[in-house]
Design a protein around this ligand. Structure first.
Ligand SMILES: *[C@@H]1O[C@H](CO)[C@@H](O)[C@H](O)[C@H]1NC(C)=O
Ligand SMILES: *[C@@H]1O[C@H](CO)[C@@H](O)[C@H](O)[C@H]1NC(C)=O
Ligand SMILES: *[C@@H]1O[C@H](CO)[C@@H](O)[C@H](O)[C@H]1NC(C)=O
Ligand SMILES: *[C@@H]1O[C@H](CO)[C@@H](O)[C@H](O)[C@H]1NC(C)=O
Ligand SMILES: *[C@@H]1O[C@H](CO)[C@@H](O)[C@H](O)[C@H]1NC(C)=O
Ligand SMILES: *[C@@H]1O[C@H](CO)[C@@H](O)[C@H](O)[C@H]1NC(C)=O
Ligand SMILES: *[C@@H]1O[C@H](CO)[C@@H](O)[C@H](O)[C@H]1NC(C)=O
Length: 250
């Protein structure tokens, strides 16, 4: 009996993981929001994404991670320390099917003195970029940005609380949200979890592309009159150029 229930629990964990989405592996995250529960979407025409049940609990038939701004998780108090001038960020992008390509947006919300929480998550700290994964099914692996900087035009103090928001837009445009609440610390604070090759690495089967605007297409000589055949070639060359630039820019 024990054996069977262990197997059932293990199966449930695997199922839950397989249905899940982004995870911030460094510096941490608000908590497990890899949860889809309640009545299945196809039997739940009245769902607004989060269902308020009569007994006072919530259900997320589509999954918690689709809830703006932090994937259904309220602000936490078990904050982790992170360097005041910015630090490492590790993300597992492939927890959910549909992410062989995904756009990422990394923002912070700044809690000013007297505020209970950040007023918004509108400070972008990394230019939007695209991740390419090995498959459109779930896949393991992570990427790490070893030095995410802080915006130059905001003043952040040691001891201040901020929230890092990671947004992953899937191929159909739906976005998954995950956050981690941090307290800014002196860059050399020994309480900051050390960044090592074990917690900050790029899996070899995850690639990167930068986003570029259509004005950069004309700027590099592509014309709006390009034939349908030559246009993709131009795009292909641009994509290669962008790929080569990405290491320098990110
Ligand atoms: C905060 O606590 C939750 C619930 O125990 C946990 O899942 C999460 O990883 C913790 N976050 C940090 C940054 O330690
Ligand atoms: C609330 O109701 C839902 C739907 O009936 C049920 O699945 C859930 O376990 C209940 N939760 C509590 C805390 O009673
Ligand atoms: C669904 O999961 C959330 C997050 O764990 C939980 O708060 C909620 O009670 C669950 N709802 C049901 C109906 O089990
Ligand atoms: C930061 O958050 C922690 C945990 O919630 C809290 O104890 C502390 O007072 C906050 N600090 C500031 C400056 O708001
Ligand atoms: C977001 O919050 C910052 C303070 O952190 C504020 O200066 C800014 O005006 C807000 N932006 C928007 C779009 O509300
Ligand atoms: C900081 O600069 C960025 C980029 O120029 C701008 O979008 C943002 O509104 C500025 N934020 C503040 C608080 O001035
Ligand atoms: C992972 O790849 C990105 C994009 O090329 C790069 O900026 C980052 O430094 C790499 N991370 C590590 C740990 O090498």
């Amino acid at each position: 009996m024990l054996g069977l229930s262990y197997i059932l629990v293990a199966a449930a964990v695997v199922l839950e993981t397989a249905r899940a989405h982004t995870v911030i592996t460094y510096p941490g995250w608000r908590g497990n929001n890899l949860i889809a529960n309640g009545t299945a979407p196809e039997e739940n025409p009245d769902s607004r994404g989060v269902d308020y049940l009569p007994n006072g609990t919530y259900a997320y038939p589509w999954g918690m991670q689709w809830m703006y701004p932090c994937g259904g998780m309220p602000q936490t108090t078990n904050r982790t320390l992170w360097p005041v001038s910015g630090g490492a960020l590790s993300i597992q992008p492939g927890w959910f099917p549909g992410h062989s390509k995904a756009f990422f947006y990394i923002n912070i919300g700044i809690q000013e003195s007297g505020q209970l929480a950040p007023p918004n998550m509108s400070h972008t700290v990394v230019p939007a970029f695209q991740v390419t994964g090995p498959t459109n099914n779930e896949y393991p692996g992570q990427f790490c940005l070893p030095q995410v900087g802080m915006p130059a035009n905001v003043s952040l103090q040691v001891g201040q609380n901020i929230t890092i928001q990671v947004v992953e837009a899937a191929q159909h445009g739906a976005s998954l949200y995950s956050c981690v609440d941090i307290t800014l610390a002196d860059n050399n604070d020994p309480g900051i979890v050390e960044v090592t090759p074990d917690n900050c690495y790029n899996s070899s089967d995850i690639g990167f592309n930068l986003l570029f605007t259509t004005s950069s297409l004309t700027a590099t000589g592509s014309t709006s009159g390009a034939s349908p055949v030559s246009a993709p070639t131009t795009l292909g060359i641009l994509a290669v150029t962008v790929l080569m630039m990405v290491g320098a820019v990110l």
